[in-house]
Design a protein around this ligand. Structure first.
Ligand SMILES: [Zn+2]
Length: 367
């Protein structure tokens, strides 16, 4: 099922080939040009197959020049690109390009995400089932938006609630908040919840960092000030050794609600954690910790294949945008698409629960 969807994802194929072409360039300017074209293609709302005109030409797409257009037309015509093949033959960086290629598995383009959301054949959640987003970053850490802007943007997407999950103090590189700042933010959120009472509920969340030994950068006492605690790995994400124990230990922390972007992979760049995922999912299910599908297009972590295994292990899921700007709230769509491909019923997705049920679940976990 999922593999078929991948094969039809022309924009993902083209985006990948344009990235290959970028890394085969010797001129930095041309490298950036192809990288930009790849990013544009991956973010298009429509499939290139639908954009091509009857005479075989493409409309002008900002950010895509003639050389990239040729690659696109080749792929639409033949499924591959002789231009890219030739560039790779001449390049002395093929080993690096092959390594990057292997790190693009199960990534969906934006057009494919939207197609999956429209396709009634999938049993998973649809946009109407999705009541709120549980990972995002504000100006209090490494995000751009104010809390008020976040509320308004979430309401315009039809959400009933959202969690702001800025980084905790263990991740200063991402603007991690001191405990004093975190408490101050909590008071700001409480004031907003008073103003929006009956219309929207902002959840006081925090994204804690999982150390290499599986321990968090938050004590139980510190974590208890947040209504929702995400635990996520941000280091040692390029190693081959098994890190099952690290993640299993994190799920045992009494205040953790969600294991966020569990692999820590980045498309074409970073493989993320190597672990016995069935053991991790079993531990999460046993502890009552939700596993996340992070919808950031570069993360897509878990992807549908791993999510399907987590479903079989009995896990509940969180589907989140990991937005750092309000326009990135649409990344939740990517998470929804993976959940649909994995066939996760809305009942097993905590973002599909009404706020009272969600808050009860959060409180039970952190009692
Ligand atoms: Zn993170």
């Amino acid at each position: 099922m999922g593999h078929q969807a991948q094969r039809a994802d022309i924009n993902a194929v083209v985006g990948g080939l344009l990235r290959d072409l970028a890394f085969a360039q010797t001129s930095r300017q041309r490298m950036f040009g192809y990288k930009r074209a790849a990013a544009v293609v991956l973010a298009l709302d429509r499939s290139l197959a639908d954009l091509v005109r009857g005479d075989g030409t493409l409309p002008k797409i900002p950010g895509i020049g003639p050389a990239s257009t040729r690659v696109i037309l080749e792929v639409l015509d033949t499924g591959g690109s002789p231009t890219v093949d030739e560039a790779l033959r001449r390049s002395d960086k093929t080993a690096d390009i092959e390594r990057r290629r292997a790190l693009r598995g199960n990534f969906l383009s934006r057009a494919e995400v939207l197609r999956i959301l429209r396709d009634p054949a999938f049993a998973g959640p649809d946009a109407d089932d999705y009541l709120g987003d549980l990972q995002m970053h504000s100006e209090w850490s490494d995000g751009a938006a104010t809390l008020g802007e976040i509320i308004e943007a979430c309401m315009s997407r039809g959400y009933a609630y959202a969690a702001v999950t800025d980084h905790s103090h263990g991740l200063p590189i991402a603007g991690g908040m001191s405990m004093a700042r975190a408490l101050e933010q909590g008071q700001a959120i409480d004031r907003l919840n008073h103003d929006y009472r009956g219309r929207f509920r902002l959840i006081r969340g925090i994204e804690a960092n999982i150390g290499s030994d599986g321990r968090l950068d938050l004590s139980a006492e510190e974590a208890s000030h947040s209504e929702l605690v995400l635990a996520a790995p941000h280091s040692k994400l390029r190693r081959d050794d098994d890190q099952t124990e690290r993640l299993v230990t994190a799920t045992r922390h009494p205040h953790v609600h969600i294991l966020a972007h569990p692999r820590g992979r980045i498309s074409g760049t970073r493989p993320g954690i190597n672990a016995d995922w069935d053991a991790v999912f079993q531990a999460a299910a046993g502890e009552g910790v939700a596993v996340e599908i992070d919808g950031d297009p570069a993360r897509q972590d878990l992807d549908f294949a791993l999510a399907h295994r987590a479903l079989a292990a009995g896990c509940v899921f969180a589907l989140d945008s990991d937005a750092h700007t309000t326009s990135q709230l649409r990344y939740a769509d990517t998470a929804l698409a993976h959940a649909r491909l994995a066939g996760i019923p809305p009942e097993r997705i905590i973002n599909c629960w009404p706020i009272d049920r969600l808050l009860t679940w959060l409180r039970q976990r952190s009692k």
